[in-house]
Structure formats: C-alpha cells, structure tokens
Write a protein that binds this ligand. Structure first.
Ligand SMILES: Nc1ncnc2c1ncn2[C@@H]1O[C@H](COP(=O)(O)OP(=O)(O)OP(=O)(O)O)[C@@H](O)[C@H]1O
Ligand SMILES: [Mg+2]
Length: 244
C-alpha cells in the first residue's frame, strides 16, 4: 500500500483542510509529488483554498462511481514544479466512499505520487471508518477548546491500527492566562504523541479567502515547514517550552 496520511479531528473547524493544504505545499517545496484527496462529502473547500475551483470538473465520487477516468478527476494546482494535485470532494453530501473502490484508487495512484493526503470530514461516522481503515499514518488536529480536545481523544482511540500524532492548532499564548487547557493537559487528554503546535495566525483565513498562500514569514508557516520536515524524517525539535 502507498504512503497515505489521514488528517482528521473529530470536531469540525479545527483546521484539517488548512493544515492539509499548507502541508501539501510544504512537501511539494521539498520536491515530493503530492496528491490531496478531500473526503468532506458535500462541503468542498480545498479547491477554493488552492485557487482551482474554476478548474474542477469531476470529483472523487465521479471517479469511484465510474463516471470518469482517474486522470479526469485530478486537478493540477498552481505550484512552480506542478507537483501538487487535487481530487475534489464529492458534491453529494451523502456520498460515502466504498472502501474497496477507494483502496483501489489509492493503490493506482501510489505509483505516481510520493504522498497521498486524505483530508477527512469532521465527525467519526462511516466516512471516518473507511479513511481510518486505509491510511498508513494519521494526524489528529485539535484546537485547545475542551470540546475539540475531547473529540480528538475519541478519534485517537479509534485509530489504534495506526497510532496517530497530534497537532494542536490555533494555539495562542493568550490562553495561558485563560481557562483553556494548557498543552500538557491537552496531550494527556488526547493520548497521542505531539508532532506540532501551530499558532493562531490571522494570515491563514485571510490568505484562504483569496485562494492564496499565507506569507512565508507568517507565524504558522514556520511551524508548517517544521511539520513537513518531521514527517519526512528530519529531527526538528518542538519549541514548546514557552507554551506550557
Ligand atoms: N492556525 C490558524 N490560525 C487562525 N485561523 C486558522 C488556523 N487554522 C485554520 N484556521 C481557520 O479556521 C477555519 C476552519 O479551518 P478549516 O476549514 O481548515 O477547518 P476544518 O477542520 O477543515 O473544518 P471542517 O471540519 O469543516 O472540515 C478557517 O477559516 C481557517 O482559515
Ligand atoms: Mg475541512
């Protein structure tokens, strides 16, 4: 089976799609060939963030249901080396991929790509089960919000086949003085190894609204670069001492 990274959460709005997209860009800058597959049936977003919504014709369900050839479901994104591709989410909100059909798609694509990234929908229903059964590694994205943390713990408990790593997103040092859980208690509650803490960064929604990348110097982007390096096996220390 190819390398398949599932980006998931439990609760909605934690930043799965944003992280998937920025991570894919960071991997492409390191010369990896990346295919992003959005699984969020009925709630497409990656095409907008990648600035290619006017180019998407076919989507994941079209391919899996035999309405188009694989190549027609793939949209090439605007990156300098042309090495970032997208399969857009099904427009039908009730669509749940058949596990065998999705596995066969992933196997077929594995020869063409170094990294397959599955951007999951919120929730832990049937779509989550299908994605979880096919991934070879997983990132669980939570915000410091207690509900999000509890849902991330549930997601982690359902991913025991491929123990996931934890991303705490939208982290703000402001919360150190507030009632939100600190990093240690988030890690304890979720029960997964921490791989990244991405700061709350207004540049992300601003750039997302334009279908553009945030400035490279914006606070979150440095952490995304480090995340990509860690996933590629580099030893990049987490600089979290000041956040605890
Ligand atoms: N680190 C961050 N700082 C500030 N805003 C962020 C950050 N990460 C994501 N966001 C914003 O949070 C919002 C939700 O992000 P996103 O759509 O990526 O979440 P999601 O988990 O994919 O949501 P869904 O569960 O609906 O699929 C977006 O407006 C996005 O720009
Ligand atoms: Mg999303």
């Amino acid at each position: 089976m190819p390398k398949i990274l599932l980006v998931t959460s439990g609760k909605g709005g934690t930043g799965k799609t944003t992280v998937s997209m920025l991570l894919a860009h960071a991997l492409c800058r390191r010369d990896r060939n990346v295919l992003l597959i959005e699984l969020d049936s009925g709630l497409r977003g990656l095409d907008l963030l990648l600035g290619v919504s006017d180019r998407v014709v076919y989507d994941l369900s079209d391919y899996l249901c035999g309405r188009c050839k694989p190549v027609k479901a793939v949209t090439v994104c605007d990156v300098p080396k042309g090495n970032l591709h997208l399969i857009a989410a099904p427009s039908d909100r009730y669509f749940v991929p058949d596990p065998n059909a999705l596995a066969s798609l992933l196997r077929g694509m594995s020869g063409c790509y170094d990294e397959l990234i599955l951007d999951a929908a919120a929730g832990l229903g049937r779509g989550f089960d299908v994605a979880a059964s096919l991934c070879t590694s997983a990132l669980v994205v939570t915000t410091p919000d207690p509900v999000s943390v509890r849902d991330a713990a549930k997601a982690v408990s359902m991913l025991q086949r491929t123990p996931p790593r934890l991303i705490v997103n939208k982290f703000s040092t402001r919360q150190l003085s507030a009632d939100l859980p600190n990093l240690d208690s988030i890690i304890d509650t979720v029960g997964a190894q921490l791989i990244s803490v991405i700061p709350e960064d207004p540049a992300l929604p601003q750039a997302g609204a334009r279908g553009a990348l945030p400035p490279a110097a914006s606070p979150a982007m440095g952490e995304i670069e480090d995340l990509a390096r860690r996933l590629l096996g580099e030893r990049v220390l987490l600089n979290i001492g000041r956040l605890r």
